[in-house]
Design a protein around this ligand. Structure first.
Ligand SMILES: CC(C)(COP(=O)(O)OP(=O)(O)OC[C@H]1O[C@@H](n2cnc3c(N)ncnc32)[C@H](O)[C@@H]1OP(=O)(O)O)[C@@H](O)C(=O)NCCC(=O)NCCS
Length: 238
Protein backbone atom coordinates (compact mmCIF):
# COMPACT_ATOMS: atom_id res chain seq x y z
CA UNK A 1 0.00 0.00 0.00
CA UNK A 2 1.30 3.48 -0.84
CA UNK A 3 1.51 5.83 2.14
CA UNK A 4 2.22 9.52 2.43
CA UNK A 5 5.33 10.03 4.52
CA UNK A 6 6.87 13.31 5.61
CA UNK A 7 9.82 14.56 3.57
CA UNK A 8 13.24 13.31 4.64
CA UNK A 9 14.73 16.57 5.90
CA UNK A 10 17.68 16.99 8.27
CA UNK A 11 16.97 16.22 11.93
CA UNK A 12 18.04 19.71 13.04
CA UNK A 13 15.48 21.31 10.72
CA UNK A 14 12.83 19.01 12.16
CA UNK A 15 13.63 20.01 15.76
CA UNK A 16 13.67 23.70 14.88
CA UNK A 17 10.37 23.51 13.03
CA UNK A 18 8.36 23.06 16.23
CA UNK A 19 8.51 26.69 17.34
CA UNK A 20 10.18 29.76 15.81
CA UNK A 21 12.17 30.60 18.93
CA UNK A 22 13.35 27.12 19.90
CA UNK A 23 17.09 26.52 19.85
CA UNK A 24 18.33 23.11 18.78
CA UNK A 25 21.72 21.44 18.48
CA UNK A 26 22.82 17.99 17.36
CA UNK A 27 26.00 15.91 17.33
CA UNK A 28 26.91 12.82 15.30
CA UNK A 29 30.65 12.66 16.03
CA UNK A 30 30.73 12.22 19.80
CA UNK A 31 34.52 12.79 19.89
CA UNK A 32 33.73 16.48 19.28
CA UNK A 33 31.72 16.84 22.51
CA UNK A 34 33.12 19.23 25.08
CA UNK A 35 34.00 18.01 28.58
CA UNK A 36 31.40 17.45 31.27
CA UNK A 37 31.18 20.17 33.91
CA UNK A 38 31.06 19.92 37.73
CA UNK A 39 28.44 17.51 39.07
CA UNK A 40 27.77 16.13 35.59
CA UNK A 41 31.00 14.14 35.86
CA UNK A 42 29.81 12.33 39.00
CA UNK A 43 26.50 11.45 37.33
CA UNK A 44 28.20 9.06 34.90
CA UNK A 45 31.50 8.30 36.68
CA UNK A 46 30.56 4.62 37.16
CA UNK A 47 28.75 4.29 33.82
CA UNK A 48 29.88 2.24 30.83
CA UNK A 49 31.83 4.18 28.17
CA UNK A 50 28.89 4.12 25.73
CA UNK A 51 26.59 5.69 28.35
CA UNK A 52 29.23 8.29 29.30
CA UNK A 53 29.62 9.17 25.62
CA UNK A 54 25.90 9.66 24.96
CA UNK A 55 25.42 11.62 28.21
CA UNK A 56 28.37 13.86 27.31
CA UNK A 57 27.07 14.36 23.76
CA UNK A 58 23.62 15.30 25.11
CA UNK A 59 25.09 17.82 27.58
CA UNK A 60 27.24 19.26 24.78
CA UNK A 61 24.15 19.75 22.56
CA UNK A 62 22.25 21.30 25.46
CA UNK A 63 25.03 23.83 26.09
CA UNK A 64 25.28 24.70 22.38
CA UNK A 65 21.51 25.20 22.18
CA UNK A 66 21.47 27.31 25.37
CA UNK A 67 24.40 29.39 24.10
CA UNK A 68 22.39 30.34 21.03
CA UNK A 69 19.75 31.72 23.43
CA UNK A 70 22.46 33.73 25.21
CA UNK A 71 22.97 31.40 28.19
CA UNK A 72 26.64 31.03 29.20
CA UNK A 73 28.08 27.52 29.51
CA UNK A 74 26.97 25.95 32.80
CA UNK A 75 26.29 22.66 34.55
CA UNK A 76 23.07 20.95 33.49
CA UNK A 77 22.43 18.75 36.49
CA UNK A 78 20.50 15.52 36.76
CA UNK A 79 17.19 15.42 38.68
CA UNK A 80 15.96 12.53 40.84
CA UNK A 81 14.06 10.98 37.90
CA UNK A 82 17.01 11.51 35.54
CA UNK A 83 15.47 14.71 34.13
CA UNK A 84 17.92 17.41 33.00
CA UNK A 85 17.95 20.43 35.35
CA UNK A 86 17.71 23.42 33.03
CA UNK A 87 18.69 26.96 34.01
CA UNK A 88 15.87 28.95 35.60
CA UNK A 89 13.38 30.28 33.03
CA UNK A 90 14.41 27.72 30.41
CA UNK A 91 13.01 24.33 29.46
CA UNK A 92 14.35 21.69 27.16
CA UNK A 93 14.75 18.08 26.22
CA UNK A 94 17.62 15.75 25.32
CA UNK A 95 17.69 12.56 23.25
CA UNK A 96 20.44 10.30 21.98
CA UNK A 97 21.31 7.01 20.38
CA UNK A 98 24.84 5.60 20.45
CA UNK A 99 25.78 7.80 17.45
CA UNK A 100 23.33 10.72 17.38
CA UNK A 101 22.49 13.25 20.09
CA UNK A 102 20.24 16.30 20.10
CA UNK A 103 18.91 18.89 22.51
CA UNK A 104 16.11 21.39 22.06
CA UNK A 105 15.74 24.35 24.43
CA UNK A 106 13.33 27.23 24.75
CA UNK A 107 12.52 30.08 27.08
CA UNK A 108 10.14 29.11 29.87
CA UNK A 109 8.24 32.33 29.09
CA UNK A 110 7.32 30.85 25.71
CA UNK A 111 7.45 27.08 26.12
CA UNK A 112 5.59 25.26 28.89
CA UNK A 113 6.87 21.81 28.09
CA UNK A 114 8.73 19.94 25.42
CA UNK A 115 9.92 16.44 24.75
CA UNK A 116 12.04 15.04 21.93
CA UNK A 117 12.97 11.48 21.16
CA UNK A 118 15.04 9.57 18.60
CA UNK A 119 14.82 5.84 17.98
CA UNK A 120 16.84 3.81 15.46
CA UNK A 121 14.34 2.49 12.92
CA UNK A 122 13.44 -1.12 13.75
CA UNK A 123 14.48 -0.92 17.41
CA UNK A 124 10.97 -1.64 18.73
CA UNK A 125 10.56 -5.35 18.04
CA UNK A 126 7.09 -6.96 18.25
CA UNK A 127 7.96 -8.80 21.48
CA UNK A 128 8.01 -5.38 23.19
CA UNK A 129 4.65 -4.17 21.90
CA UNK A 130 2.55 -5.48 24.80
CA UNK A 131 4.77 -3.68 27.30
CA UNK A 132 4.52 -0.26 25.65
CA UNK A 133 1.23 -0.35 23.71
CA UNK A 134 -2.34 -0.88 24.89
CA UNK A 135 -4.39 -3.74 23.38
CA UNK A 136 -6.42 -1.10 21.51
CA UNK A 137 -3.27 0.39 19.97
CA UNK A 138 -1.97 -3.02 18.91
CA UNK A 139 -5.29 -3.85 17.26
CA UNK A 140 -5.55 -0.44 15.57
CA UNK A 141 -1.96 -0.51 14.27
CA UNK A 142 -2.52 -3.83 12.48
CA UNK A 143 -4.69 -1.86 10.02
CA UNK A 144 -2.64 1.36 10.03
CA UNK A 145 -1.74 2.77 6.59
CA UNK A 146 1.76 3.27 8.03
CA UNK A 147 2.12 -0.46 8.62
CA UNK A 148 2.08 -2.00 12.12
CA UNK A 149 5.83 -1.74 12.77
CA UNK A 150 6.13 1.98 11.99
CA UNK A 151 2.86 2.85 13.74
CA UNK A 152 4.03 1.00 16.85
CA UNK A 153 7.44 2.68 16.76
CA UNK A 154 5.90 6.16 16.47
CA UNK A 155 3.54 5.44 19.36
CA UNK A 156 6.43 4.26 21.54
CA UNK A 157 8.58 7.26 20.69
CA UNK A 158 5.64 9.64 21.20
CA UNK A 159 5.16 8.19 24.69
CA UNK A 160 8.83 8.85 25.49
CA UNK A 161 8.24 12.45 24.36
CA UNK A 162 5.16 12.70 26.59
CA UNK A 163 7.17 11.46 29.55
CA UNK A 164 10.02 13.92 28.92
CA UNK A 165 7.58 16.83 28.53
CA UNK A 166 5.09 16.02 31.26
CA UNK A 167 7.32 14.74 34.04
CA UNK A 168 9.33 17.96 34.53
CA UNK A 169 6.12 20.01 34.23
CA UNK A 170 3.94 17.92 36.56
CA UNK A 171 6.17 15.54 38.57
CA UNK A 172 3.88 12.72 37.45
CA UNK A 173 5.37 9.54 36.02
CA UNK A 174 2.98 8.11 33.44
CA UNK A 175 2.92 4.42 32.60
CA UNK A 176 3.12 3.41 28.93
CA UNK A 177 -0.47 2.19 29.17
CA UNK A 178 -1.70 5.57 30.50
CA UNK A 179 -1.57 7.08 27.00
CA UNK A 180 -2.87 6.02 23.61
CA UNK A 181 -1.24 7.42 20.49
CA UNK A 182 -2.74 7.73 17.02
CA UNK A 183 0.01 8.32 14.43
CA UNK A 184 -0.96 9.81 11.07
CA UNK A 185 0.86 9.23 7.76
CA UNK A 186 1.38 12.97 7.23
CA UNK A 187 3.87 13.15 10.12
CA UNK A 188 1.64 14.01 13.06
CA UNK A 189 0.47 12.10 16.09
CA UNK A 190 -2.17 12.63 18.70
CA UNK A 191 -1.97 11.25 22.22
CA UNK A 192 -4.90 10.76 24.55
CA UNK A 193 -3.93 10.46 28.21
CA UNK A 194 -6.21 8.30 30.36
CA UNK A 195 -5.42 9.87 33.75
CA UNK A 196 -4.51 13.50 33.27
CA UNK A 197 -1.71 14.50 35.66
CA UNK A 198 -2.58 17.09 38.29
CA UNK A 199 -1.96 20.55 36.86
CA UNK A 200 -2.32 19.38 33.29
CA UNK A 201 -5.74 20.10 31.78
CA UNK A 202 -5.32 18.60 28.37
CA UNK A 203 -6.15 14.95 27.91
CA UNK A 204 -5.19 15.25 24.26
CA UNK A 205 -1.79 16.40 23.02
CA UNK A 206 -0.34 16.66 19.54
CA UNK A 207 3.16 16.03 18.25
CA UNK A 208 5.01 15.28 15.05
CA UNK A 209 7.29 12.55 13.70
CA UNK A 210 9.78 12.20 10.87
CA UNK A 211 11.95 9.47 9.36
CA UNK A 212 15.48 10.66 8.69
CA UNK A 213 18.84 8.96 8.12
CA UNK A 214 17.79 5.65 9.66
CA UNK A 215 16.21 7.36 12.63
CA UNK A 216 12.67 7.95 13.78
CA UNK A 217 12.40 11.47 15.21
CA UNK A 218 9.48 12.47 17.43
CA UNK A 219 8.67 15.69 19.22
CA UNK A 220 6.07 17.49 21.25
CA UNK A 221 6.07 21.19 22.16
CA UNK A 222 3.47 22.89 24.35
CA UNK A 223 3.72 26.68 23.99
CA UNK A 224 2.82 29.03 26.84
CA UNK A 225 -0.48 30.86 26.88
CA UNK A 226 -0.17 34.26 25.23
CA UNK A 227 -1.99 35.86 28.16
CA UNK A 228 -3.50 34.44 31.33
CA UNK A 229 -6.98 35.15 29.93
CA UNK A 230 -6.38 33.46 26.62
CA UNK A 231 -8.87 30.60 26.10
CA UNK A 232 -6.88 28.48 23.66
CA UNK A 233 -3.74 27.54 25.59
CA UNK A 234 -5.71 27.22 28.82
CA UNK A 235 -7.14 24.09 27.26
CA UNK A 236 -3.63 22.69 27.11
CA UNK A 237 -2.28 23.63 30.51
CA UNK A 238 -3.81 24.68 33.80
C1 LIG B 1 13.69 8.13 30.46
C2 LIG B 1 13.31 7.60 29.08
C3 LIG B 1 12.11 8.38 28.56
C4 LIG B 1 14.51 7.82 28.15
O1 LIG B 1 14.18 7.50 26.83
P1 LIG B 1 15.22 6.72 25.89
O2 LIG B 1 14.61 6.56 24.53
O3 LIG B 1 15.66 5.49 26.59
O4 LIG B 1 16.49 7.62 25.78
P2 LIG B 1 16.72 9.04 25.07
O5 LIG B 1 18.15 9.06 24.68
O6 LIG B 1 15.74 9.35 24.01
O7 LIG B 1 16.47 10.07 26.24
C5 LIG B 1 17.31 10.08 27.33
C6 LIG B 1 17.25 11.44 27.94
O8 LIG B 1 15.93 11.73 28.38
C7 LIG B 1 16.04 12.68 29.43
N1 LIG B 1 15.22 12.23 30.54
C8 LIG B 1 15.39 11.13 31.27
N2 LIG B 1 14.44 11.08 32.25
C9 LIG B 1 13.69 12.17 32.10
C10 LIG B 1 12.56 12.68 32.80
N3 LIG B 1 12.05 12.05 33.87
N4 LIG B 1 12.03 13.84 32.40
C11 LIG B 1 12.55 14.51 31.33
N5 LIG B 1 13.62 14.07 30.62
C12 LIG B 1 14.18 12.91 31.01
C13 LIG B 1 17.52 12.75 29.85
O9 LIG B 1 18.08 13.93 29.36
C14 LIG B 1 18.09 11.53 29.17
O10 LIG B 1 19.42 11.67 28.76
P3 LIG B 1 20.60 11.78 29.85
O11 LIG B 1 20.29 10.80 30.93
O12 LIG B 1 21.82 11.48 29.08
O13 LIG B 1 20.52 13.21 30.33
C15 LIG B 1 12.97 6.09 29.12
O14 LIG B 1 14.12 5.35 29.37
C16 LIG B 1 11.97 5.74 30.19
O15 LIG B 1 12.30 5.57 31.35
N6 LIG B 1 10.69 5.62 29.83
C17 LIG B 1 9.67 5.23 30.77
C18 LIG B 1 8.72 6.35 31.03
C19 LIG B 1 7.81 6.53 29.85
O16 LIG B 1 8.26 6.80 28.76
N7 LIG B 1 6.50 6.39 30.10
C20 LIG B 1 5.52 6.53 29.06
C21 LIG B 1 4.57 7.67 29.37
S1 LIG B 1 3.16 7.67 28.29
Amino acid sequence: MTTTRPANTRPLLFWRSFHPRLAAAELTDFSLAGALLGSEQGAVRAALPVRRAEFTAGRHCARVALASLGVPSRVIGVGPAREPLWPARFTGSITHTSSYAAAVVGSGDEILALGIDVEPIGSLTPDLWEAVLTPTEIQRFRASPLGPALAAAIAFSAKECLHKALFPATGVMLDFHDAEVVPAPAGTWQARIASVPRGWLADSLHGRWQLCAGLLLCGLVVPCPVTLDDDGPARAFR
